[in-house]
Ligand binder design. Structure first.
Ligand code: SF4
Ligand code: SF4
Length: 133
């Protein structure tokens, strides 16, 4: 089966479980973690490539233990023309993909750090953050 790129979302109560170990050991999957933002005390997100013959079984396992699994076929973009650098999104972005650049205090977007949580889409008052499929 072709590799699949997915984003995982963990709640705090399951963030410390050895899920990646089980994917490798029990489902014989090859995992390539592309981005991770996991804290045992908080919700976490992880973006990864999964390869192997038992991808669907592995994803079903993740869902059975309460992990949100979303196929990564979308990306977040920032409309720099529309952005007013108000900073609202930087406070809620969990991965640091949206950050304030000094000294001009403009808000920048680093797509490599984005975990596609969608929080900035609703936080932005001028709809400068968009999702593209
Ligand atoms: S979707 Fe928005 S809030 Fe979420 S990680 Fe990406 S830039 Fe940050
Ligand atoms: S909330 Fe919107 S307008 Fe404000 S800094 Fe973020 S992207 Fe720019």
């Amino acid at each position: 089966m072709a590799p699949k790129k997915v984003v995982l979302r963990f709640s705090a109560d399951i963030a410390d479980q050895p899920m990646i170990y089980k994917l490798v050991k029990d489902y014989d999957l090859v995992i390539n973690i592309l981005k991770a933002n996991v804290n045992p005390q908080k919700e976490g997100t992880m973006v990864m490539d999964i390869a192997g013959e038992q991808i669907e079984a592995g994803i079903n396992y993740l869902r059975s233990v309460g992990v949100g699994v979303q196929s990564l076929t979308e990306e977040i973009i920032q409309d720099e023309e529309r952005c007013t650098s108000c900073g609202s999104c930087t406070a809620i972005c969990p991965s640091g993909a949206l950050y304030i650049e000094r000294p001009d205090m403009s808000v920048r977007f680093d797509s490599d750090r984005c975990v596609i949580c969608h929080l900035c889409l609703t936080a932005c008052p001028v709809r400068a953050m968009e999702v593209r499929f």
